[in-house]
Design a protein around this ligand. Structure first.
Ligand SMILES: [Zn+2]
Length: 344
């Protein structure tokens, strides 16, 4: 029995030595055959000697042999895997071919640009408010000083669902909803989708994004409006951009002003610029002091409080910021276009 024990030990050692010299699959296969072959394998040979061992000693020796056999099998298998994997890759990959690029996706340019706008206002202490895209006539028009049949309603090509329910044409209804629930001081922006009955063309879409803002507090003046919007536009475009305020009309603000920036494409230097039409200015924002009647509609005392509001089209502004000639590109899902925008 002792002899057999020593033999197992020796074979185990010579197996380890042989394995240490293995360099490829073929030499590994030779060792596997040498030890594990059913007819002439070393382990089979050792098993055969078991019959010469005394019956009471057989279990112990049997365990030793089985242990050795399992060890050989495991070691051979591990090495087989090691040799197999890289070999396969080397055989199949042509390293001269260009690599396979994986595209992980990127945010759409419009939400990305909207986020940039939001961040500027968040820095100024504004908070973000949200509201429904399907609105009643009251929130979209009535509460904002558009009486029924008022001609100003014609400027908004509205998509009606019923006589009283519609797809909001601007995000202003959110301002009414906020003022109904919250008393001043109010300082919010309300970004979101709006809808108009328009045929898509380079500068119009039936669905687009707007960001509106509202400030209501004690002693708010036009100077606050001007300072806030100037800061915003300089942060969004660049510090030196020229800005001008032009008198305008909106039913829900009085006085009202439209805000232009100098053309981001020609800088006012080209007479046949397609973006500014040669005028050198681009209209970017609508704004004004909240009409006292709108404050009354939501039970805020206009004798005590005043406020300003403003709004801009996200898609339109992104067009100027990125110098894109056609707004429809944003929604055509052409990946060559979309992939140009990603988080820096
Ligand atoms: Zn221009």
């Amino acid at each position: 029995m002792e002899n057999l024990k020593i033999e197992i030990q020796n074979k185990r050692k010579s197996f380890e030595d042989a394995l240490a010299k293995v360099k490829d699959r073929h030499s590994l296969q030779d060792i596997r055959n040498e030890y594990l072959s059913r007819q002439r394998g070393i382990i089979t040979g050792i098993f055969e000697q078991l019959k010469h061992v005394k019956p009471e000693e057989r279990p112990e020796i049997g365990n030793l042999i089985n242990d050795f056999k399992n060890h050989v099998q495991e070691r051979v298998l591990a090495l087989q895997e090691k040799f197999a994997a890289p070999k396969k890759v080397l055989e199949k990959v042509d390293l001269t071919l260009p690599g396979e690029k994986k595209y992980w996706g990127a945010p759409h340019p419009i939400p990305l640009f909207q986020q940039e706008i939001e961040n500027i206002f968040l820095r100024m202490g504004f908070s973000i408010a949200d509201g429904p895209e399907i609105e009643t006539d009251y929130y979209n028009f009535g509460a904002l000083n558009f009486p029924p049949h008022h001609p100003a309603r014609d400027d908004w090509d509205t998509l009606y669902i019923t006589d009283d329910v519609l797809l909001r044409t601007h995000t202003s209804p959110v301002q009414i909803r906020v003022m109904e629930k919250k008393k001043p001081p109010i300082r919010i922006i309300n970004p979101g989708k709006v809808y108009r009955k328009e045929a898509p063309d380079p500068t119009h879409l039936p669905m687009f994004f707007q960001v509106e803002g509202l400030v209501v507090d004690l002693g708010i003046t036009f100077a606050h409006l001007k300072g806030t919007l100037e800061y915003f536009l300089k942060a969004l475009f660049h510090e030196k951009i020229k800005i001008r305020f032009r008198p305008s009309f909106f039913p829900f603000t009085e006085p009202s002003a439209e805000v232009d920036i100098e053309c981001t494409v020609c800088g006012g230097k080209s007479e046949d610029c397609r973006v500014c039409g040669g005028g050198g200015w681009i209209e970017i924002l609508g704004s004004g002091m909240v009409d006292p009647q709108v404050l009354k509609n939501v039970n805020i005392d206009p004798e005590k409080y005043s406020g300003f509001a403003f709004g801009l089209g996200v898609d339109r502004t992104a067009m100027f910021a990125y110098q894109i000639p056609d707004m429809r590109y944003f929604y055509e899902n052409d990946l060559r276009f979309i992939r140009q925008f990603s988080l820096k």
